[in-house]
Design a protein around this ligand. Structure first.
Ligand SMILES: Nc1ncnc2c1ncn2[C@@H]1O[C@H](COP(=O)(O)OP(=O)(O)OP(=O)(O)O)[C@@H](O)[C@H]1O
Ligand SMILES: O=P(O)(O)OC[C@H]1O[C@H](OP(=O)(O)OP(=O)(O)O)[C@H](O)[C@@H]1O
Ligand SMILES: [Mg+2]
Length: 281
């Protein structure tokens, strides 16, 4: 039976659970459940702290796990991604009190608070900078105003928490992260692991596309099909009115509205966009 780790709380938990449900797996009944046995799919899910997941997978106790790239790197556990999941995007960065033009060299000799000490120590040693790294568990942005640290290194999502605490990010991004599915480094992608990866990939890809349907005057079809070439080739079906055709094609979600505007300006009618729940491309 495949054994899979899933974040039990925090920034990645809800989306991970949604994605697994969309891929056809059984979810938790109670938010405190630590395991779920999905007999139909021959998978057991373990709901663990996001920070611990890479350790379980890297040690070989569990076959696959959902975690963040930043967490995986900070754990030092030997894991490798089998899939990027397209959510939980963040940047791990240095930040200091606003009102100063900070440079990374300024970190020399400073007290730096972080919940990701390995990421920080590795980055500082690459740069030849020595700082006093103070390990905290969370709410790191408060540490400067409480006098525990001079600067911090933390996850930045919207940037709201930094602004609230009068901090500014500086220096290159230390780790650009997103949620990933991981396996033990160098392990074989067994058929069971490949199947769960493919099912999740189907959901990730489905979220990047929309299905577009529209009616098009036959005289304009060539032009319209250039705007919606689809993945392989668009479906073109006859309509009762022989001067018109129905077209169906997948389009990138990001470009969908521009494409719909273009088709409408061209003379297409009844242009409908619908969600795709899952797919195999
Ligand atoms: N505001 C955010 N926006 C986007 N992704 C985020 C955000 N905060 C955290 N993440 C991502 O979520 C993961 C960390 O999750 P989380 O903060 O829930 O774990 P944790 O800090 O170990 O747990 P806890 O906060 O419960 O102690 C990281 O991969 C991080 O990049
Ligand atoms: O840029 P923002 O969108 O404001 O998000 C960034 C904040 O979100 C995370 O905190 P989390 O909620 O995980 O709490 P924690 O610090 O206690 O881990 C992260 O550690 C930052 O504090
Ligand atoms: Mg956190």
């Amino acid at each position: 039976m495949l054994r899979v780790a899933v974040p039990n709380k925090g920034a990645l938990a809800e989306k991970s659970a949604e994605m697994l449900a969309e891929a056809g797996y059984r979810g938790r009944h109670e938010s405190r459940d630590l395991t779920v046995l999905d007999v139909a799919n021959d998978v057991e899910f373990f709901f663990l702290r996001p920070k611990d997941i890479a350790i379980y997978v890297g040690s070989g106790q569990l076959d696959l796990g959902i975690t963040g790239l930043d967490l995986a790197r900070d754990s030092g556990a030997g894991v490798e991604p089998t899939l990027e999941l397209g959510f939980g995007g963040s940047n791990f960065r240095y930040a200091g009190p606003a009102g100063r033009d900070w440079k990374v060299e300024d970190l020399q000799g400073m007290r730096l608070a972080t919940a990701y000490p390995r990421l920080v120590v590795d980055d500082l040693s690459k740069r030849g900078i020595e700082a006093d790294v103070i390990r905290l568990d969370g709410a790191v942005e408060i540490s400067v105003q409480l006098g525990v640290a001079d600067v911090i290194a933390d996850v930045v999502g919207s940037g709201r928490t930094l602004r609230q605490h009068n901090l500014v990010a500086f220096g290159d991004v230390i780790c650009k992260s997103e949620a990933i599915l991981v396996q033990r480094e160098g392990s074989e992608l067994t058929p069971a692991k490949a199947q769960l990866t493919a099912r999740l990939r189907g959901v990730v890809l489905a979220q990047q596309y929309l299905m577009l349907d529209y009616d098009c005057p036959k005289a304009l079809l060539d032009q319209a099909l250039k705007t919606t070439p689809g993945l392989e080739s668009p479906t073109v079906a006859p309509l009762a009115d022989e001067n018109w055709a129905a077209v169906r094609a997948m389009v990138s979600r990001k470009e969908a509205n521009n494409i719909m505007d273009e088709l409408s300006a061209l003379g297409a009618k009844a242009i409908l966009a619908s969600d795709i729940r899952s797919c195999r491309l």
